[in-house]
Design a binder for this molecule. Structure first.
Ligand SMILES: Nc1ncnc2c1ncn2[C@@H]1O[C@H](COP(=O)(O)OP(=O)(O)OP(=O)(O)O)[C@@H](O)[C@H]1O
Length: 315
């Protein structure tokens, strides 16, 4: 396992105002006993509502924050104690913090990083060429970083994080605030990185398309605890996401119809929405067609929006 954490905790002590003058010390358990293992080459989506503890976990995995308790190893190293050694083996993109030089063109930032990490010239050139190609960097490589759009800067940040050939890449909200095209470019790039399988990626995101397109495995955290670890399909199954059929009828819905394996979710005019309870769409459609004349019909797959909304509402 390239990442392993057990019983990982982080408590913050904060002073809260009580009444007008008094302050009380209060402990916030940002991460409350997380167990996590990530295999080499895996792309893991680490998701959860605001304040769930995602960034705090990432900070402990990258050696920025010292855990209050628990064991953690990344690339076999204890992140805080071996922070400098680990920095050569991981790449980090945290939305708020930049590793680029504000006044320098992107290309010069990349060159400086090559010297800092002492990357052999040929390796650097090959990695840079790949990122330039896949992330479309050429058109703004000579532009000072401060003049880049958020989407261009994020593409630069991703490149900067990968130029030293890290084994693990930590990404905290890499698509937040990006325009549609930049989001797509970043997503496709990460998809390609995942396919190559030589970099382990831990990705926190609130973007449902990121989750759906990229994350085969999802770890969901809430109130500092892991509440789900598995595939998106498993998440759908657990939260009872079902396929639905939306049918437009040529007659009013006869209220007494019983369809085995489906239940009526709503009837709006002559449009009826049915939820499938483990039966096939074919069986339900056949029964429906017998009961009432059909004009049009569509089958809707379980939507990630629904399951995540349900999960975040803690249904
Ligand atoms: N330095 C700090 N001092 C005190 N409390 C903190 C500190 N950092 C984080 N917290 C608290 O810890 C909890 C978890 O925060 P964290 O930033 O890890 O959540 P998150 O899942 O990354 O949220 P978001 O999706 O909003 O970025 C929150 O209640 C937050 O207020």
């Amino acid at each position: 396992m390239i990442i392993s954490a057990s019983g990982l905790r982080k408590d913050f002590t904060v002073n809260r105002k009580v009444g007008r003058l008094r302050r009380e010390r209060h402990v916030v358990s940002a991460v409350d006993g997380v167990d996590l293992t990530v295999r080499e080459g895996e792309l893991l989506g680490y998701i959860g509502p605001n304040g769930a503890g995602k960034s705090t976990t990432l900070k402990m995995l990258t050696g920025v924050l010292t855990p209050s308790a628990g064991e953690v190893r990344v690339c076999g190293l204890e992140p805080v104690a071996k922070r400098t050694t680990l920095a050569r083996r991981i790449g980090v993109v945290f939305g708020q913090r930049s590793q680029l030089w504000w006044d320098l063109p992107l290309a010069e930032s990349f060159d400086l990083l090559r010297h800092i990490y002492q990357v052999p010239a040929a390796d650097h050139a090959a990695r840079l060429a790949r990122c330039t190609d896949l992330l479309g960097l050429a058109e703004f490589a000579r532009t000072p970083v401060r003049q880049l759009s958020l989407g261009q800067r994020m593409r630069g940040e991703l490149t900067a994080a990968l130029l030293h050939g890290p084994e693990v890449l930590f990404l905290d909200e890499p698509t937040i605030g990006l325009d549609v095209l930049s989001k797509q470019a970043v997503r496709e790039f990460l998809g390609e990185l995942d396919e190559r399988g030589d970099t382990t990626v831990v990705l926190t995101t609130h973007d449902l398309a990121d989750i759906e397109k990229l994350c085969k495995r999802l770890v969901v955290i809430d109130h500092g605890r892991v509440v789900h670890d598995g595939t998106l399909d498993a998440l759908h199954a657990r939260y009872g996401s079902r396929r639905t059929i939306v049918a437009d009828l040529d007659a009013d819905w006869p209220a007494d119809v019983r369809l085995p394996g489906a239940s009526v979710v709503s009837v709006e005019g002559r449009r009826v929405t049915l939820e499938l309870n483990g039966t096939t769409a074919g069986e339900v459609v056949a029964a429906l067609a017998k009961a009432v004349p059909l004009r049009d019909l569509s089958v809707r797959e379980p939507q990630i929006e629904d399951v995540v909304a349900r999960l975040y509402r803690r249904d």
